[in-house]
Design a protein. Structure first.
Length: 133
């Protein structure tokens, strides 16, 4: 982490320690640890665990619904990791679309964004708001 921060990186997505971004201390500053999905990851779910595309979509929906409820009390990141060579297969896309349509029905309550935008927002917050700051 020290070397990444010193090389100019602002965040990493390698740790699964929390569903909130947290600041990691480095020898010359800090680096944001962005939540990374172990379970909501098509490589792990479909390839490693052998979930069907329907089971994987159900998992995405259930994870999203639970995190949406929990986010009423604290901001959370609900990451989903997808790879075109796994979930992008034509016979899997229909189930992925179902999960995304479910998520989009809650668009008024969520911020669909990219990690760099989360980082920019968090970096602009005063100390004490994000763990580790």
């Amino acid at each position: 982490m020290d070397l990444l921060q010193e090389a100019g990186y602002g965040y990493v997505m390698d740790w699964t320690s929390d569903d909130q971004p947290i600041w990691l201390k480095t020898r010359q500053g800090r680096l944001l640890s962005m939540p990374y999905p172990i379970e909501c990851n098509d490589t792990r779910g479909i390839v490693w665990y052998g979930y069907t595309s329907g089971e994987f979509a159900d998992m995405l929906v259930d994870n999203f619904d639970e995190m949406l409820e929990q986010s009423a009390h604290q901001p959370l990141v609900c990451p989903i990791s997808l790879h075109p060579f796994v979930v992008g297969r034509p016979y899997r896309i229909r189930q992925l679309r179902r999960a995304f349509e479910h998520i989009l029905r809650h668009r008024d309550r969520i911020w669909l964004t990219r990690p760099r935008d989360i980082y920019a927002h968090i970096a602009s917050l005063p100390s004490g708001i994000v763990p580790g700051s």
